[in-house]
Design a protein around this ligand. Structure first.
Ligand code: SAH
Ligand code: SF4
Ligand code: F3S
Length: 439
């Protein structure tokens, strides 16, 4: 009988990309995808970034093991992703139901590990960070819908004082240009019309004397790549070529996710971000000069150790100044092994909660203002999924807004031109103007 698998992802977009590639590797090995309730192999693709994200693994394993016992099943449970890398041995200790632990740089060996497991080897752990990248060992890309992720760079050498990524993903490494062009072509052939380049520091990508700006031009030039995006950028790696790309490459969407984390220079220094508020604001101004309508988004951490009310006011201030289109904001979560977790000036939980609430209220206001500012504009949207009502569809605008449009003739993958006629903080409403290119 054919074995079946299911993958559940808990992390960032790169974590989702990894899940797709693991799924393709298992499918190439003859396994079939199934629901999480019935799969023979259940893969939990974990995230270690904040304590809550990491704890999800243990509650999930408990739930799965209980349900399987009730159903009289014994699925193989594999833990992949960043918690696997950070806590491999501890997972085996704490979660007796886990059969396999595989790190983010070793998942190309998942099919082989599953075979060894089936042959009787117990509780296998593979946390290798091999010099040879996993990418060469993975099969080609399969159809995934109109918008696809493509990891171009992995790992991080920046060591922000709060962050686990340099430990879970390893050192910064860029994939070769020809491999990326080949993968982008495969994605287009499989139906992708939009490609989002991924990296923990996506704009740190480099190969020889080629930099990120040149890669953008290469990928945009591939026939069928109608929209190009990238995330996440780091202020320190921004180049003039990358800024100018937004003025010169029509496929490149007017959107920039550039996390600042805090608006206070004192906290930015303590975070080891290696940039100041002024340096960051200058970059934003340069992007806006190249592409005046560019949507700017960010991540924020409140309650980093030593953060005072005055520091927090600086964060509210930078939000006012930039006018973000969207943002993610988090309470600082101490992570074992990171320098900030050792500090004795941790901010009390109630203060963090209060600041998060105030920040999110302001960010919400800015999102609404951004969306309201697009009302009356015409733009193209890429239809990604059905909406709640009959005949309703959700597409993405160039500024990555979710646009709700009602037209029973549409389908996933269509690019249509709409006029934006209404705005909320999390989505906008579009009125169909005309079909641009059908899926
Ligand atoms: N490489 C990206 C961030 C990747 S992690 C960058 O440098 O911007 C995604 C986001 O999680 C971060 O931007 C940060 O806002 C948040 N984050 C990371 N570590 C955290 C921690 N210990 N506590 C709370 N939020 C954290
Ligand atoms: Fe983490 Fe900082 Fe690296 Fe981003 S740049 S992944 S926040 S260490
Ligand atoms: Fe989480 Fe790892 Fe991504 S820690 S945010 S899954 S890089």
């Amino acid at each position: 009988m054919t074995r079946t698998f299911a993958i559940k992802s808990f992390g960032c977009q790169m974590n989702v990309y990894d899940a797709e590639r693991m799924g393709e590797a298992l499918a190439a090995d003859g396994l079939h995808e199934a629901g999480t309730e019935s799969a023979d192999v259940l893969i939990l693709n974990t995230c270690h970034i904040r304590e809550k994200a990491a704890e999800k693994l243990y509650s999930e394993v408990g739930r799965i093991a209980k349900r399987a016992r009730e159903d009289g099943r014994k699925p193989v449970i594999a833990v992949t992703g960043c918690v696997a890398q950070a806590e491999g041995a501890e997972i085996m200790r704490r979660a007796g139901a886990v059969d396999l632990v595989v790190g983010p740089q070793a998942y190309h060996r998942l099919p082989e590990l599953l075979k060894r497991q089936a042959a009787g080897e117990e509780r296998l752990v593979d946390l290798d960070m091999p010099a040879d990248s996993k990418f060469g060992a993975l099969p080609g890309r399969q159809r995934r819908g109109p918008s696809a992720f493509l990891t171009i760079q992995e790992g991080c050498d920046k060591f922000c004082a709060f962050c686990v990524v340099p430990y879970t993903r390893g050192a910064e490494a860029s994939r070769p240009m020809d491999a990326l062009v080949e993968e982008a072509r495969q994605l287009v052939a499989a139906g992708a019309r939009e490609i989002t380049l991924l990296g923990q520091n996506v704009n740190a990508w480099g190969q020889g004397n080629m930099r990120f700006g040149e890669l953008l031009a290469e990928i945009a030039a591939i026939p069928g790549v109608e929209r190009l995006r990238y995330t996440t950028s780091h202020p320190r790696d921004v180049t003039e070529a990358m800024i100018l790309a937004h003025a010169e490459i029509p496929q490149l969407m007017p959107y920039l996710h550039l996390p600042v984390q805090s608006g206070s220079d004192r906290i930015l220094a303590a975070m080891n971000r290696k940039h100041t508020r002024a340096f960051y604001l200058d970059i934003i101004a340069r992007f806006r000069a190249a592409r005046p309508d560019i949507a700017i988004t960010s991540d924020f951490i409140v309650g980093f150790p030593g953060e005072t009310e005055a520091d927090f006011q600086d964060t509210l201030g930078i939000v006012e100044e930039v006018g973000y289109a969207q943002a993610f904001s988090f309470k600082y979560s101490p992570r074992l092994g990171t320098p900030a977790a050792e500090r004795d000036d941790q901010v009390p939980e109630e203060v963090k909660s209060d600041r998060l609430q105030r920040l999110q209220a302001l960010l919400q206001e800015k999102s609404l203002a951004f969306n309201a500012g697009t009302v009356g504009r015409a733009c193209d949207i890429l239809i990604e999924r059905r909406g709640r009502q009959p005949g309703q569809w959700i597409g993405k605008s160039p500024w990555l807004q979710s646009v709700v449009v009602t037209d029973p003739t549409l389908t996933v993958g269509d690019i249509v031109s709409v006029e934006i006629v209404g705005a909320g903080p999390n989505s906008v409403e579009g009125r169909m103007l005309q079909m641009k290119t059908a899926a």
